[in-house]
Design a protein around this ligand. Structure first.
Ligand code: AGP
Length: 581
């Protein structure tokens, strides 16, 4: 199995790295390599097939100077054991060198995407793909290396422990892990990194074990700077480089050449399934309200069979997290046959839907491992909000100042999601009270109706409790018959246009002894008094409330599922990608 050693400090790195590699020899390997950044900012990489002693012999008469370096023993997975495939791998520009333990499962699609962007590859490894992906993100997003690593890893499916050294940064290493262990040793003015503690124990007693999904910047003279990926960061990634409050504009590079078609479309038609369909419904409120373009939202599975009226004057947008949903792919095919432009809002780079559509916008939500979509919803709605604002800008359907307010507020959403998470600790207590119920009703209006649908879907999917989402006012047309003391009803009762109407629905449930869990705005006074339990979200534009209100409902479903002993990541009968009809 591969081994990792890295060092930054006041000592010569090479002897420390070689000794470290020798201590890791017990893991088994077939090649070894080292990268050293010397005082002239030259990144020297030496690699050799065979043993660490072969590497020493190979590098013996070379420049081995430098106080920072990374080293690796490789046990071949992708590509035969030879010098080219050995680590470290250099990025195309030669600016960063990377070592990696683990396997990047989606490396082929990432490689294809990078090749389309002009990258070429020396080796057959998944590691070289990851190295260039990080470089590409760093250049295109204009961010520092640790941020580029965090963003790039959002696109990676698989397991990894990586360490990177960068030219121009002789005092800094970046490391990250998921599924593969990594230990950081903290010495006096020096740091050691290794795939297990063996190379470190003789050098320092102070060690930190990096947690899964953490990226750390290790810089001399600074505390360890550790970042963890979270939903607020995902939404920030979705907006990065696209939302420009300073210029009061939005730039969606992927669909630039189709903006006119969108603007003059008879209809924008979303086709999607499940959570993506719910996000599309929110998207319809955003686009119709802000850009005043008519929007239809279709279940892809129905669309494909109901002979829909679609013309070349329509733009169909397929929305999918996985990019592999069979019904959505079939809907794309049908829309193409009818002559419509077909765009995609998709998460997985290189997926079938991203290839089948004319153009599209990636959500950059990172791999979603759990079957139940969570961050997919927020990132899709974020894309739709940006699309609505861009179309409003082109169409002139909003005053400049008003649009700027919306853009600025969207920019604040990540911190408001964080606020929501920080104030959701008590949701676990609510879950404890209701974990054994048999049914639950979710009610909301307008843009919060899809939130009700999504909250109910999450509960059904992972806790196996029967739940229904309804437009709140529809309750009295049927579901009200279900209300009694054993029926908890979740209201999304934020203080927006239909607030008073939702309060009346709350009263109707109370009058029948139903239990009320209300998602309310932070400064709410009335709903707070009526509900048995409240969950607060910060004030925001009403059209953005789904981005906040969905989060505590995901948490509620999660806690109930865990308390019922359900497998939240792999619920029974469900598949992450529904690739069959
Ligand atoms: C969501 O929690 C579900 N797993 C499911 O409804 C999902 O959203 C649906 O199957 C569509 O998947 P897609 O976004 O990958 O196309």
């Amino acid at each position: 199995m591969c081994g990792i050693v890295a060092y930054v400090g006041h000592q010569e790195a090479y002897p420390i790295l070689i000794e470290g590699l020798k201590r890791l020899e017990y893991r088994g390997y077939d090649s070894a390599g080292v990268a050293l950044l010397n005082e002239n900012d030259t990144l020297n990489v030496y690699k050799s097939k065979g043993k660490v002693s072969d590497l020493e012999a190979f590098a013996a008469s070379s420049d081995l100077g430098g106080h920072i370096g990374i080293a690796h023993t490789r046990w071949a997975t992708h590509g035969e054991p030879n010098q080219v495939n050995a680590h470290p791998h250099l990025s195309q520009s030669g600016r960063i060198a990377l070592i990696h333990n683990g396997i990047i499962e989606n490396y082929l699609s990432l490689r294809k995407e990078l090749e389309n962007r002009g990258y070429t590859f020396q080796s057959s490894t998944d590691t070289e793909v990851l190295t260039n992906l990080i470089e590409d993100v760093q250049i295109s997003e204009n961010v520092d290396l640790s941020e580029a690593v965090r963003i790039a890893l959002n696109h990676v499916i698989g397991a990894y422990a990586i360490v990177i050294v960068e030219k121009g940064h002789p005092d800094q290493l970046i490391a990250a892990r998921k599924g593969s262990p990594m230990v950081i040793g903290i010495g006096k003015d020096e740091y050691f990194i290794a795939s297990d503690a063996t190379p470190i124990v003789g050098r320092t007693q102070k060690v930190v074990y990096l947690e899964d999904e953490q990226v750390v910047r290790i810089k001399l003279g600074e505390e360890l700077h550790i970042k963890t990926y979270e939903q607020p960061a995902i939404v920030r990634d979705t907006m990065r480089g696209r939302l420009h409050p300073e210029g009061n504009t939005v730039r969606l590079g992927g669909i630039l050449q189709y903006e006119k078609q969108l603007l003059y479309a008879d209809n924008i038609v979303f086709v999607a399934c499940g959570t993506s369909w719910h996000a599309s419904l929110v998207g319809s409120y955003l686009i119709e309200n802000l850009a005043k373009i008519p929007v239809k939202v279709e279940y892809a599975s129905e669309f494909r069979y109901r002979n829909p009226v679609i013309t070349p004057h329509d733009v169909v947008i397929a929305v999918s997290q996985s990019g592999e949903t069979a019904d959505t792919l079939a809907a794309i095919q049908l829309a193409k046959e009818k002559g419509a432009v077909v765009l995609g809002i998709c998460n997985v780079i290189g997926s079938s839907i991203s290839r089948a559509t004319d153009a599209g916008i990636y959500t950059h939500a990172g791999p979603e491992i759990g079957v139940a979509s969570t961050k997919a919803f927020t990132s899709q709605v974020t894309v739709m909000a940006m699309l609505a604002l861009r179309l409003a800008e082109l169409k002139g359907s909003m005053k400049d100042e008003e649009r700027l307010e919306f853009i600025k507020e969207l920019d604040r959403i990540p911190e408001k999601i964080q606020w929501t998470l920080d104030h959701s600790g008590h949701v676990k207590d609510i879950a404890e009270l209701y974990k054994d119920v048999r049914n639950m009703l979710y009610l909301g209006r307008l843009q919060n109706y899809p939130v009700a649908l999504e909250g109910a879907l999450k509960l059904k999917e992972i806790s196996y409790i029967h739940a229904e989402g309804y437009p709140a006012a529809e309750m009295k047309h049927g579901p009200i018959a279900l209300i009694d003391k054993d029926m908890p009803v979740v209201f999304i009762a934020t203080n927006h246009s239909t607030y008073e109407k939702v309060l009346s629905n709350i009263q109707e449930v109370k009058a029948r002894n139903g239990k009320i869990i209300a998602v309310i705005s932070e400064n709410d006074v009335l709903a707070r008094k009526m509900a048995d339990h409240i969950i607060e979200i910060p004030e925001t534009e009403c059209l953005y409330s789904p981005l906040l209100a969905t989060v505590p409902l995901q948490i509620l479903a999660y806690h109930i599922a865990v308390m019922r002993g359900c497998n939240v990541d792999q619920p029974r009968n469900l598949a992450k990608s529904v690739t069959v009809e």
